[in-house]
Design a protein around this ligand. Structure first.
Ligand code: BTN
Length: 272
């Protein structure tokens, strides 16, 4: 029987590795950021699949320079060191997607039906439950390594505060209505990452993404700081760009990364 207040390191260790992800585990009760520490280890030559897990982060990093809130006993916060073999061809954005699909699979195991808000936020009930932050390091034109950082709100106390909140948020236990075994969820997410990582750049990865795309067929707004673009979300291109029918009926394609997406109405494609 677990004490749910602490992330059970022993349970995690005994379940690892189930595949390539987690071949080596570094566990921290408290850390600044697992992404930062993973980058240090990657620079020192740590192997692909090395996993860093923290129960609490003091300076968790989110996308677009935001902070990511990880109080103790409430969340999953972890990073994986990846060294994709086809280093020139892989975009770090694709790795973010692998992370999101891993989270989707872990949540499926709990009986939930998450969706992905383009490009790689995971939603339950139309609210963000997990964020993925892939940080790449290059040597010249070659990708040296990618740190795939994943945060999941498991309990209510993990919900972002103030300026950290980029989208309405939720937590797994709230959606499920019961306690969640965090080591188990983490192991299931790792299995999902393991399954999708070799599919990087393949058509079935894109199909899985499109299948799980939130707000498809609905009115959305995309903003990049200048005039927002509104239209109906159609789907994805083969490169993972977003296809949108704008208000004049023209199909527009938008590159991942630059734009923030929000739905214009309460829709049905929200995932539960
Ligand atoms: C986002 O902005 O949505 C992405 C947030 C990613 C947060 C995770 S928590 C574990 C890892 N370590 C970090 O510092 N950030 C990522």
């Amino acid at each position: 029987m677990y004490n749910h207040a602490v992330l059970n390191e022993a349970a995690l260790r005994s379940g690892l590795p189930r595949g390539k992800m987690g071949i080596e585990l570094h566990y921290f009760e408290r850390i600044d950021s697992t992404n930062l520490r993973a980058a240090e280890l990657a620079r020192q030559g740590a192997a692909e699949g090395t996993l860093l897990v923290a129960d609490e982060q003091l300076e968790g990093r989110g996308r677009r320079g935001r902070r990511w809130h990880t109080p103790p006993g409430t969340a999953l916060a972890f990073s994986l060191i990846l060294r994709p073999a086809a280093m020139q061809a892989i975009s770090p954005g694709g790795l973010g997607l692998v992370g999101a699909l891993g989270v989707v699979e872990g949540l499926h195991q709990l009986g939930l039906s998450p969706l992905i808000k383009w490009p790689n936020d995971v939603l339950l009930g139309g609210r963000k439950v997990s964020g993925v932050f892939a940080e790449a390091a290059w040597v010249g034109e070659l990708l040296d390594y990618v740190i795939l950082g994943i945060g999941v709100n498991v309990r209510e106390e993990a919900l972002p505060q103030g300026a950290e909140m980029d989208f309405p948020a939720t937590h797994v236990e709230g959606e499920l209505g019961r306690r969640v075994d965090r080591p188990r969820l983490l192991l299931d997410i790792l299995l999902g990452v393991d399954r999708w990582y070799p599919r990087l750049g393949k058509a079935d990865l894109l199909a899985a993404w499109e299948d799980r795309l939130a707000f498809r067929g609905e009115q959305v707004e995309l903003s990049d700081g200048s005039a927002p673009l509104r239209g109906i979300l159609l789907g994805l291109t083969v490169d993972g760009w977003l296809r949108l029918a704008d208000q004049a009926g023209e199909v527009v394609e938008l590159e991942p990364g630059a734009h923030r997406l929000r739905p214009l109405a309460e829709g049905r494609s929200s995932g539960r």
